[in-house]
Design a protein around this ligand. Structure first.
Ligand code: NAD
Length: 300
């Protein structure tokens, strides 16, 4: 059993932290939203009133925050994690952030003698609750070895991708595939509707044909064919369209900086920018289907 500080108890962080509690660890959680901390405490966690309080004596620090600036702030600020953590603590950042921020924070942690990994996840809120997440890990071998038992209690698949920042690189590439494939599947359902083809029939064909993909068979954007998908609950997230937009922007920044050619990633980013501007940003990202079909307002 370890003492763990968990910072960021949102849609993903709280179920992940609760799985560490279930595994027998003493987990102190902090979030800027007090309601999330209270909900965590109801499920066996220890409620902390600040990052500093959560860190007291923690051997392991896990962060699950929205974006790069939040992670830089949480680790690097004057009273942040690097200034307050117990010497030798292991740091695991599971947020999806830009590679540069991940490398800057890891370097600052290493300068202060802390072992740190970037370990963003895929698998969504369902995977977070069921402890079936996939972790994409970047960092030195020794730090990854220390982190593995904790990651295994929150997920099912752990891939060590290389040095600091490579977990984030894998995550950004994966989510560029996801953003493009969800837009593609949604365009197909919108076209089917115009052509008088029943959505279930398109699903029956494409789920067994070359159009098969995760966006279709696990997270289908039309209600009915996959009962667990957000389309069946009014597109409540899940993974918000704004989070997808954030990840597509990260992919395009990275593509520009590295000279990679990603025209479909750029198109998908534009689609999600328009969706967000139309008011759909807080909905699940699969709401792109009703957006393309001209029915977004039915869900706002
Ligand atoms: P979320 O907005 O639900 O949770 C983030 C939480 O961080 C919020 O509760 C917020 O109050 C808290 N927070 C922000 N700054 C803080 C600070 N300085 N100290 C303490 N708490 C702070 O987001 P989420 O859906 O849980 O996503 C978290 C990360 O995981 C993101 O980077 C996202 O891209 C990634 N991710 C999300 C999903 C998904 O399906 N939701 C899947 C894979 C990866």
């Amino acid at each position: 059993m370890s003492k763990i500080a968990f910072i960021g108890l949102g849609n993903m962080g709280r179920p992940m932290a609760e799985n560490l509690v279930k595994a027998g660890h003493e987990v102190a959680g902090f979030d800027m939203a007090a309601a999330s901390v209270q909900a965590f405490a109801k499920n066996g966690g220890i409620a902390a009133r600040s990052t500093g309080e959560a860190l007291a004596d923690a051997e392991v620090v896990v962060t699950m925050l929205p974006a790069g600036p939040h992670v830089r702030g949480a680790y690097l600020d004057g009273e942040g994690i690097l200034a307050s953590a117990r010497p030798g603590a292991l740091m695991i950042d599971c947020s999806t952030i830009d590679v540069d921020s991940a490398r800057a924070v890891a370097a600052a942690a290493s300068d202060r003698g802390f072992a740190m990994i970037d370990a963003p996840v895929s698998g969504g809120t369902g995977g977070a609750a069921a402890a079936t997440l996939t972790f994409m890990v970047g960092g030195p071998d020794a730090a990854v070895e220390r982190a593995n038992p904790y990651l295994a209690q929150m997920g099912k698949t752990i891939v060590h991708c290389g040095g600091a920042g490579t977990g984030q690189a894998a995550k950004i590439c994966n989510n560029m595939i996801l953003g493009i494939s969800m837009a593609a599947v949604s365009e197909a359902f919108a076209l089917a509707e115009k052509l008088g083809l029943d959505a279930q029939k398109l699903y029956d064909v494409s789920s067994k044909s070359s159009g098969q993909c995760w966006s279709l068979t696990t997270y289908c954007p039309t209600p009915g064919p996959v009962p667990t998908s957000p389309a069946n609950r009014g597109y409540a997230p899940g993974f918000t369209a704004d989070m997808m937009l954030k990840d597509l922007k990260l992919s395009q920044q990275a593509a520009q900086a590295s000279g990679a050619v990603t025209p479909l990633g750029a198109e998908a980013m534009t689609v999600y920018q328009l969706l967000s501007a139309a008011g759909g940003g807080a909905k699940d990202f699969s709401v792109v289907l009703p957006y393309l079909a001209g029915r977004l307002c039915d869900f706002l």
